[in-house]
Structure formats: structure tokens, C-alpha cells
Design a protein around this ligand. Sequence first.
Ligand SMILES: [Mg+2]
Length: 233
Amino acid sequence: MQGNINLTSAAFLFGSAVHVRQSFWYFMPMRIYVDFDDVLCETARHLTGLARDMFGRRVAYEEIAVFDLRQAFALSASEIDDLMEHAHRTEFLAGISPAPGGVETVRALADRGHELTVVTGRPAASHDGSNAWLRKHGLEHLELLHVDKYGRAGPEPRGGHPRALDMEEFSTLCFDAAIEDAPAALDLLAPRRECAVIIYDRPWNRQYRTSGNMRRAESWREINEMIGSLVMG
Ligand SMILES: [Mg+2]
């Protein structure tokens, strides 16, 4: 029974708390889109360290006011290319810390029968490293989809990596809820009125003008509560 929740508008996100016995979860599984960077894990915090080590830029995480890291770290075109090439290496990806409570919450949601898909804007070349991170944290059962969220997919991947989905392919996928942090990706989700979008609060999205299907969460604990209210509301 997938996608059987009547989500006519995101107003339900703000609806009254209706307490239903726990077993109700099992009758209302949801398809949940979970972003990877800065939702599942603390990518930007690690990138601030990388920009410092590689280029001597000292920008605190809280000072990253724009999603464009080239701008945030004041890097040249070649510097941002070098930074991102390094950032997509398996050894760098493996070392990124999970967002507090994220791994546990995702695991619990999957245990309750929800269908979670990691939808990442990382290039397909990072597929093995990204899967290694999921395995390291006991999330290897999650599907990992690469989507060209930012219109910067490179050439066709080699080595059997899956290709990043384009916007047309992405539009065929249905989700009941999505958890995102990046303004450009939030723009892609804004027209999906049937999808409840949870914005993971980050310094670079605080000025984002939310649409009616969006609500902001400051932690995975809040995300868990919001998902719970969607199921029970
Ligand atoms: Mg992200």
C-alpha cells in the first residue's frame, strides 16, 4: 500500500496532532526522499576544513550564507574544481560525520515500513564512495539515486556507475515526503503539492522563501515528529 495517503496540500503539516496507536504506521507507509549532503551527513562542516587545508580559507560553517561554495569560500574556478574533485573521493566521503540522529531516525523509519530513497545531487562518480558511507552506517539497504539537481552532470560515468537522472526522469518519481537543504533542489520540489517538503535548517537556506508544502526542521528529532504527524494526521 504505497502512496495511499491523501495529501491534498501541505497544510496537513501544520494540522492537529491526532494520536493513533503505533500499529497505524504499518498501514501507511510513505515514500520518503532523503537528501544526502547536509541532511544525512555534515558535508559542509567537513568542506570548511578541506577549504582551509587546501587553500587556506577560514570560513566558519555558520558563515556559509550561500549554497554556492565557490562564492562561500571565495575560490577561483580551478580551486573549486580541485576542491570538489577531492570532496568526491571515497576516502573523503567515508569520513563525513552523520548528521546528529539522522542514521538512527532513517533506520527507524525504514523499520516502520516506510520506503526511503537517498536522492543526491552528487555526481554518479561518487556512487561507490556514497554507498560505502551508507554501508559504514548500516544504511546499505537504502536505494541511492543520483539526480542532476543542479544541472551540472558531467560526462557519462565510467566503471558501471549509474547515470544521474535528468529532470524529466526525476519528474516521473513520486514521493510523499522529502527532506532537503539546498535552495535549488527545494525549487524543484516546490511545485510538488502532494509532497510534504521538510527543509533541514542550514545557514544557506535561512533566507529561502518557502512554499505552502514546506516546513523547516532544525533536527532529525523534529523531522521524525513531522513524518509522524504526516502518517497520523
Ligand atoms: Mg544537500
